[in-house]
Design a binder for this molecule. Structure first.
Ligand SMILES: *[C@@H]1O[C@H](CO)[C@@H](O)[C@H](O)[C@H]1NC(C)=O
Ligand SMILES: *[C@@H]1O[C@H](CO)[C@@H](O)[C@H](O)[C@H]1NC(C)=O
Ligand SMILES: *[C@@H]1O[C@H](CO)[C@@H](O)[C@H](O)[C@H]1NC(C)=O
Ligand SMILES: *[C@@H]1O[C@H](CO)[C@@H](O)[C@H](O)[C@H]1NC(C)=O
Ligand SMILES: *[C@@H]1O[C@H](CO)[C@@H](O)[C@H](O)[C@H]1NC(C)=O
Ligand SMILES: *[C@@H]1O[C@H](CO)[C@@H](O)[C@H](O)[C@H]1NC(C)=O
Ligand SMILES: *[C@@H]1O[C@H](CO)[C@@H](O)[C@H](O)[C@H]1NC(C)=O
Ligand SMILES: *[C@@H]1O[C@H](CO)[C@@H](O)[C@H](O)[C@H]1NC(C)=O
Ligand SMILES: *[C@@H]1O[C@H](CO)[C@@H](O)[C@H](O)[C@H]1NC(C)=O
Ligand SMILES: *[C@@H]1O[C@H](CO)[C@@H](O)[C@H](O)[C@H]1NC(C)=O
Ligand SMILES: *[C@@H]1O[C@H](CO)[C@@H](O)[C@H](O)[C@H]1NC(C)=O
Ligand SMILES: *[C@@H]1O[C@H](CO)[C@@H](O)[C@H](O)[C@H]1NC(C)=O
Length: 719
């Protein structure tokens, strides 16, 4: 009996001679059950696992290995399949599997296997399918020597691992049967190999996305006459789309988003790709116009050219691509009137995103024939006029963003949109300048609305009562208007509302008790009550920050820059879920209530520019997540806490309070001032400091990111 050779890590095997010997061996020993040798190879694989997911129970030496879990054999009893997906396997992949001479398919995807991928598996004489995706395999992928005879491997999936180093190039010369190669989501460097298809003429799928590949797209890929899927997004590729590429006429899916590609889209060439269903070149530096010939790509379903430098008018022929489902042309420099395109032919269109361009004129009526439209974003253009009642035809519309245009008649807009019953997100900021907020109870509907942004419109009037009927509202932004009057008491009846921004208005009155009763803010554990669905389009809070679902937004109350008077109600301490509280630039007086120290989830607290008096509560040092704090320009007195997160705040947080004292001010605390603040024993103080600085260190890392995020919580408008 010959047993599976013991492999020590890292030594290449004389695989050819060995496999020949094994072939002979198998030949000489016709058998209908797995051989001892096969058993031994499999057991050696098992021995390489540190977590076997219970496999050992089934993989018993005394039993027939064709009955083992995840093992399958051919009619003659040779082991042909090892399929152990999602079994929680840990440890390394033993090279011994390469010794199973009849093995056709290995699928070890979705485990936690680590270490390298043994060369013996890639160089196997028999393996046709090798899928080790979604593991933690690491290190370089070693090259097969060019002298290796052609290998039978057809499907090779090493995606979603931790491979590093130069992406192999020679290896593919000996993979003559390759049909699908998936190496996406690793950290490979180097270039896209040029000779894929001269050695593997049958190559159909090449997926190399999410790596660090550089250089240009090799023109030789144009020789891939069978190639249907070519994906290499999220790399560092540069240069143009080579003209030769358009000879790969079988292409259905061409996708290079988020690289550094440039040049123009050559109409004469692009029409060769008549089978194209997906064209994704978003996030590059392409210039020029969309060629009119695009209209000949009749099978096109997804067109993604967002975040480039494309310009001029859209070709009217776009309306001939009647299979289009997704159009993303956002963040370019397109101009002209949209009416040039006959949208009415695009019956399948579900998503139209024209964010941040330079389109002018009105919304063409033809858009309203796209009955399947679920997401429409036209924000950040120069569109004008009143909304057409026809938009009510779009019964599937869930996401509508029209912000930063020059639309007029907000009353009309809301009266019309209320019939879009499926609307969940409505963003119409920075339009309707200086109009009056309609306060008409005939505005109803909107029963599914979750996000409403009406900020930045300089609207006059009051916070209208019809908002109280939007019972599913989660986020309400009315900031940067000129609204007056009080915060209405019905605010606490909005059971799902967790983010309210009414800053920079002319609102008056006291902070109502109702605000301290908002159900979503009273608990930190409410995420489960929110609609978990992903927005149809990500909501941009600014160019680099986007949200994909509601529960990712912070719980925030922003009342800043109004004319609120009275005291901060102590009941504010009930809002335990709150992440950000901004009461700055008002006319609040009285003390900072002790109860604010209960808001242990606070990241941001801004009470600046009021008339607050008294001491800064010492227990604020217990707010371990606080990363922005501002009480400047009040009338506070006494010592400034110096421990915990307070050791990270600069003087500017406390400016304009001449009666505050502390080591960092000119005004040092005298013993009377310093006296009663800390009642903790020395030992307790020490513990607290250690704890707090541990959190401080955590935030030193976290804060950089958070500050980017938080600085926009309150300021930017969603779009
Ligand atoms: C399996 O059993 C054979 C004898 O039946 C023995 O020679 C071999 O060492 C065993 N293998 C293991 C891994 O226990
Ligand atoms: C491997 O198994 C997973 C999970 O069952 C499956 O999704 C995947 O398609 C399989 N791989 C191949 C190449 O068939
Ligand atoms: C790995 O990629 C291959 C080829 O693209 C594919 O057939 C297989 O389903 C993928 N495996 C998983 C787990 O997605
Ligand atoms: C590549 O594998 C990933 C899993 O990592 C899978 O999601 C993806 O669909 C595969 N791509 C292709 C083109 O098969
Ligand atoms: C990338 O791989 C990691 C594991 O290495 C996995 O957690 C993640 O989901 C993968 N990402 C994608 C987009 O497939
Ligand atoms: C945008 O396009 C117009 C012409 O369509 C051109 O005049 C302008 O310079 C372009 N702007 C940028 C930033 O490329
Ligand atoms: C938008 O178009 C107008 C006129 O068509 C032009 O003056 C303006 O520069 C364009 N804006 C940008 C950002 O290119
Ligand atoms: C409206 O939304 C509901 C629930 O999500 C869905 O069942 C229904 O099909 C949608 N209506 C239209 C016209 O899309
Ligand atoms: C907005 O549109 C009106 C006409 O409806 C026009 O008078 C005004 O100049 C436009 N404003 C801007 C900023 O384009
Ligand atoms: C605004 O729209 C309403 C109908 O909703 C209409 O009665 C009113 O005349 C319009 N206002 C202007 C200035 O066009
Ligand atoms: C306040 O809102 C008005 C519009 O009502 C706007 O013009 C102004 O710039 C805003 N102020 C700040 C500080 O954002
Ligand atoms: C609080 O609101 C004011 C007024 O709107 C704003 O100037 C300030 O930046 C906000 N504070 C924080 C921490 O974002």
């Amino acid at each position: 009996m010959r047993f599976c050779k013991k492999f020590s890590n890292g030594f290449p095997t004389p695989f050819l001679g060995l496999s020949l010997a094994l072939l002979l061996f198998a030949f000489l020993q016709p058998t209908s059950s797995c051989t001892e040798q096969e058993k031994s190879c499999l057991l050696q694989f098992l021995a390489g696992l540190s977590q076997d997911g219970g496999l050992a129970l089934s993989w018993q030496n005394g039993t027939h290995c064709c009955t083992w879990e995840g093992v399958a054999c051919g009619a003659d009893g040779t082991v042909t399949d090892v399929s152990l997906t999602s079994k929680g396997l840990e440890g390394h992949i033993s090279a011994s599997l390469g010794e199973l001479t009849g093995l056709l398919r290995i699928n070890l995807s979705h485990n936690m296997l680590s270490g390298g991928l043994p060369l013996e598996l890639m160089s196997s004489n028999s393996i046709v399918v090798l899928d080790v995706s979604f593991n933690r395999l690491n290190g370089d992928l070693r090259e097969l020597p060019s002298s290796t005879p052609g290998r039978p491997l057809q499907v090779f999936n090493i995606s979603s691992n931790l491979f590093t180093g130069q992406f192999p190039s020679k290896t593919w010369e000996v993979m003559n049967s390759l049909v699908a190669l998936n190496a996406s989501n690793n950290s490979f460097t180097g270039q896209i190999p040029s000779h894929f298809c001269s050695s593997s003429p049958g190559l159909t799928v090449i997926a190399l996305c999410y790596n660090q590949l550089s250089g240009s797209i090799p023109p030789e890929l144009g020789n891939c006459s069978m190639l249907k899927v070519l994906k290499a997004g999220h790399n560092n590729l540069t240069g143009p789309l080579p003209g030769e590429l358009f000879s790969a006429t079988s292409l259905e899916y061409l996708s290079f988003p988020n690289n550094g590609l440039q040049g123009i889209l050559d109409g004469a060439r692009i029409i060769n790709l008549r089978n194209l269903e997906t064209l994704d070149l978003g996030g590059n530096n392409f210039t020029g116009r969309i060629p009119n010939d695009i209209g000949q790509l009749r099978r096109l379903k997804k067109l993604r050219l967002g975040r480039n430098k494309l310009s001029e008018e859209l070709p009217s022929s776009l309306g001939s691509c009647t299979n289009l489902r997704t159009i993303d042309l956002g963040s370019n420099n397109f101009s002209g009137e949209l009416a040039k395109v006959k949208f009415s032919n695009l019956h399948n269109l579900k998503t139209l995103d024209l964010l941040y361009n330079n389109f002018t004129g009105t919304i063409p009526e033809s858009i309203y024939s796209c009955r399947n439209l679920t997401a429409l974003r036209l924000s950040g253009n120069n569109l004008q006029g009143q909304l057409s009642p026809q938009i009510g035809n779009l019964k599937s519309l869930t996401f509508l963003s029209l912000g930063q245009n020059n639309f007029t008649n907000i009353t009309n807009t809301l009266q019309i949109l209320k019939s879009c019953r499926n609307l969940t997100t409505l963003l119409i900021t920075v339009n309707f300048m200086h109009e009056t907020m309609p306060n008409d109870d005939s505005i109803d509907g909107f029963e599914n609305l979750q996000v409403l942004d009406l900020g930045g419109c300089s609207l006059l009037g009051k916070i209208p009562h019809w908002l109280s009927k939007l019972t599913n509202l989660e986020m309400l932004f009315l900031d940067n208007n000129q609204l007056s009057g009080p915060i209405p008491d019905w605010i606490s009846s909005l059971n799902y509302l967790f983010s309210l921004d009414i800053s920079n208005n002319s609102l008056t009155g006291e902070i109502p008790e109702a605000l301290t009763e908002m159900p979503m803010l009273k608990s930190a554990k409410t995420a489960a009550r929110l609609d978990p669905t992903i927005f149809e389009l990500p909501i941009y809070v600014d160019a680099s920050l986007q949200y994909r679902k509601a529960s990712a937004f912070p719980k925030a109350l922003n009342l800043g820059n109004n004319d609120f008077t009275g005291v901060i109600p102590p009941e504010i301490g009930l809002l335990k879920g709150l992440h950000a509280l901004n009461l700055s630039f008002n006319k609040l007086h009285g003390d900072i209530p002790q109860s604010i120290c209960n808001l242990t989830n606070l990241l941001v607290l801004d009470l600046s520019n009021n008339h607050l008096a008294g001491a800064i509560p010492a227990a604020l040092i217990n707010l371990h997540f606080l990363s922005k704090f501002n009480v400047s320009f009040n009338d506070l007195e006494g010592p400034v806490p110096t421990t915990g997160q307070f050791s990270t705040f600069t003087n500017s947080s406390f400016d304009g309070n001449p009666k505050l004292c502390g080591p960092m001010f000119n005004h040092h605390c005298n013993s009377a001032e310093a006296g009663p603040v800390s009642t903790l024993s020395k030992e307790q103080t020490y513990e607290k400091v250690v704890f707090a600085s541990a959190f401080g260190a955590f935030f030193a890392v976290g804060v950089l990111y958070d500050q980017i995020v938080l600085s926009r919580y309150f300021l930017a408008s969603a779009i």
